[in-house]
Design a protein around this ligand. Structure first.
Ligand SMILES: *[C@@H]1O[C@H](CO)[C@@H](O)[C@H](O)[C@H]1NC(C)=O
Ligand SMILES: *[C@@H]1O[C@H](CO)[C@@H](O)[C@H](O)[C@H]1NC(C)=O
Length: 339
C-alpha cells in the first residue's frame, strides 16, 4: 500500500506537467483571453408550464427546460434557441404546411467574393433551410465572377449589382439600404422571411426553420457570457447608436425575420447611420452598433444562441453542442492579392 502511495507521489509532477501541457494545447492565447471575466447566463424567468409572450404559435413546442445550463428565453418573453430545445422535423413540417419560403441576402464585394462566396453558398445548400424554398440574393460589384453553384430544386440565386465603396465601413453601412430596397422591389413578392448574412462564414450544421420568427437576432459569441459593462455598445452620446445599457450584444453577421420587420429594421438603421454621417460621427462598430440600438428599442421576437454564429477561436465550451455557422478563417493572402 505504502509503495503504491509512494509511486503515485513520485508521478505527481509528471501528471501535473501533462495536465499543464494539455491545458496549453486546449486553450490558445485567444481563448484564454476570452475566459477572463466570464459570467453564467441568466435563467429563463418563466416557470415551467408558463407560456412565452413572443414567438410564433409553433414556438410553444419549444422545451425551455430541456437546457438548464443556459438562458432559454428573454426577459420580454422571446425564446432563445439552443440545441436540444426544439424538434427539427416538427418545425420543418409545420413550415412546409404553411408554405414558408426564405430569402437569404449576402454581400460579396471586391475581394470578398473570391475569398468566401463559393464556400458560403455550397455550405448553405447543405445546411441552410434545407426543407424550404430559398432564394439567394448575392449583392456584388462583379456579377460575372459569381460562381455557378448547383442548387437543389426550389432554390434559386439572383445576382444584384451594387456599387463598390472603397471603405469597408461604408460597404457594411450601405448594406442596410440595399437590403431594404431589395425587400421592397423583389423579396416581398415571393418570400415571407429574409435572413441577412456576412459572407465570411461557413455553414457547418443545421440552420433550419427553428430560426424563423418575426424578428430574429443572434447573440455575439464573444459576449454571451460577459457582463454588460464589456459589451461594445456605442458610448458616444453624439451618435444615434448611443446606448448605456441594453439586453444583449447582438452580432450583425446574422439577422432576419419576416420581410416587413427586416425592412423596418434595415431602413431604420440606414436612417440613423445617415444622421450620424450628417453629424460627422461614426458609431464604434458601424452598422452593428446601429442594429444593437434598434434591437434594444424594438425587441426581437426570437433570439438565436451563439451556435448560430460561432467561432472555434474561442475553444471548447460545454454549452455549445452544435456549431451551425462558423466564422471563416481570414483569407489574408487572398485578400491581399486581389486588393
Ligand atoms: C402557420 O400559419 C398559421 C396561421 O397563420 C399560424 O398560426 C402558425 O403559427 C403558422 N406556423 C408556422 C410554423 O409559422
Ligand atoms: C414599420 O415602421 C413603421 C413606422 O416606422 C410602423 O408604422 C410599422 O408598423 C412598422 N412595421 C412593422 C411590421 O414593424
Amino acid at each position: 500500500m505504502s509503495r503504491l502511495i509512494h509511486s503515485v507521489k513520485r508521478s505527481l509532477p509528471f501528471i501535473f506537467f501533462a495536465f499543464v501541457l494539455l491545458c496549453m494545447v486546449y486553450f490558445t492565447p485567444k481563448s484564454l483571453r476570452y475566459l477572463e471575466g466570464l459570467i453564467p447566463m441568466k435563467k429563463c424567468p418563466f416557470a415551467p408550464g408558463e407560456k412565452l409572450k413572443l414567438g410564433d404559435g409553433i414556438d410553444a413546442s419549444l422545451d425551455l427546460w430541456s437546457r438548464v445550463d443556459v438562458q432559454t428565453c428573454t426577459e420580454w418573453g422571446a425564446p432563445l434557441v439552443w440545441e436540444g430545445m426544439f424538434n427539427p422535423d416538427y418545425y420543418d413540417q409545420e413550415h412546409r404546411k404553411n408554405q414558408s419560403s426564405v430569402s437569404l441576402t449576402v454581400f460579396a464585394v471586391g475581394r470578398y467574393l473570391d475569398a468566401y462566396l463559393e464556400r458560403f453558398l455550397i455550405s448553405a445548400e447543405q445546411h441552410f433551410m434545407v426543407a424550404l424554398p430559398v432564394t439567394y440574393y448575392v449583392f456584388t460589384d462583379v456579377p460575372e465572377k459569381v460562381p455557378n453553384i448547383r442548387l437543389a430544386p426550389r432554390r434559386s440565386l439572383k445576382v444584384v449589382k451594387v456599387q463598390r465603396h472603397s471603405r469597408w465601413q461604408d460597404i457594411s453601412m450601405m448594406r442596410m439600404k440595399t437590403i431594404a430596397d431589395a425587400i421592397e422591389s423583389q423579396i416581398r413578392h415571393h418570400s415571407q422571411y429574409v435572413f441577412c448574412f456576412d459572407v465570411d462564414q461557413v455553414f457547418a450544421d443545421r440552420f433550419g426553420s427553428e430560426a424563423l420568427g418575426d424578428s430574429v437576432a443572434v447573440l455575439h459569441a464573444y459576449y454571451y457570457h460577459r457582463p454588460q459593462s464589456m459589451y461594445t455598445y456605442d458610448h458616444n452620446p453624439r451618435s444615434r447608436a448611443f446606448m448605456e445599457t441594453g439586453d444583449f450584444y447582438y452580432h450583425a453577421a446574422v439577422f432576419g425575420g419576416k420581410w416587413q420587420m427586416v425592412k423596418n429594421m434595415t431602413e431604420s438603421c440606414y436612417q440613423t447611420i445617415m444622421e450620424d454621417k450628417e453629424n460627422q460621427v461614426e458609431a464604434l462598430w458601424h452598422d452593428e452598433s446601429h442594429l444593437n440600438k434598434y434591437l434594444w428599442l424594438h425587441k426581437p421576437s426570437k433570439v438565436l444562441s451563439p451556435e448560430y454564429c460561432w467561432t472555434n477561436d474561442i475553444g471548447y465550451r460545454g454549452d455549445i453542442r452544435k456549431t451551425r455557422l462558423l466564422w471563416a478563417k481570414k483569407q489574408y493572402d487572398m485578400l491581399r492579392i486581389t486588393k
